[in-house]
Design a protein around this ligand. Structure first.
Ligand code: FMN
Length: 190
């Protein structure tokens, strides 16, 4: 799916469709938009983060099914679009509604499950890297994404992995398609 290895990484409040389009036009091999909050708890956490001065996408979970396809349609270059999703409960009806809405788009979409974010507001409500301590929820998230037949990426901060073998077994068991190693200017495909 990827021709090369230069992929725009998610930056909440920044990497929307217009930003991704600029990067795509300038030669990226893939772009990420988001992180978007699929669950009321992660959305409310994002509002608190925004209030303390760190930019976030303040889009309610119920708006995502309309908002994200609009953002994707701003990307004029045909390349893989990774959608970074924060969740704490993969059975959120908003997350499922979003995935359903993405199915009709004629784009190379990859769903990136965010088990990487270390902002305390997100980890305290069970999202981001706290999912690495609740592997069952992460595994359920992977299964939900797979139900909609999207390639799945699980984004982690490798230094936060306490039991790498258990985690790797999970990825193998669920046949996760991509793993990204976070780095500052982009994500390296591993
Ligand atoms: C301002 C900013 C916002 C970010 N937002 C997200 C996000 O919403 N989701 C995500 O998975 N990673 C996010 N990242 C992480 C980046 O995609 C990348 O993985 C990161 O910069 C790697 O280094 P770090 O973990 O030291 O920040 C963000 C990074 C920055 C600098």
């Amino acid at each position: 799916m990827f021709k090369g290895r230069v992929i725009l990484a998610a930056m909440a409040g920044i990497t929307d469709g217009s930003f991704a389009n600029e990067v795509a036009i300038n030669g990226a091999d893939g772009v990420t938009i988001g992180g978007f909050n699929c669950h009321t708890s992660t959305f409310e956490a994002a509002v608190r983060i925004n209030e303390r001065g760190r930019e976030e996408f303040i889009i309610t979970p119920q708006e995502l099914a309309e908002h994200i396809p609009n953002e994707i349609n701003k990307i004029s270059v045909n390349l893989p679009v990774i959608i970074n999703l924060r969740f704490s409960d993969p059975h959120s009806k908003w997350m499922k509604g979003l995935l359903e809405s993405l199915r009709s788009l004629d784009k190379n979409i990859i769903i990136e499950l965010n088990s990487h974010c270390r902002q305390p507001e997100i980890t305290e409500c069970g999202g981001g890297e706290s999912l690495l301590k609740r592997l069952e929820s992460l595994e359920n998230g992977i299964r939900v994404g797979k139900q909609y037949e999207f390639p799945i990426s699980v984004k982690i901060r490798s230094s936060s992995l306490k039991e790498p073998e258990t985690f790797l077994k999970l990825l193998r068991r669920e046949s996760v398609d991509y793993r990204f190693k976070g780095c500052l200017a982009g994500n390296a495909l591993v």
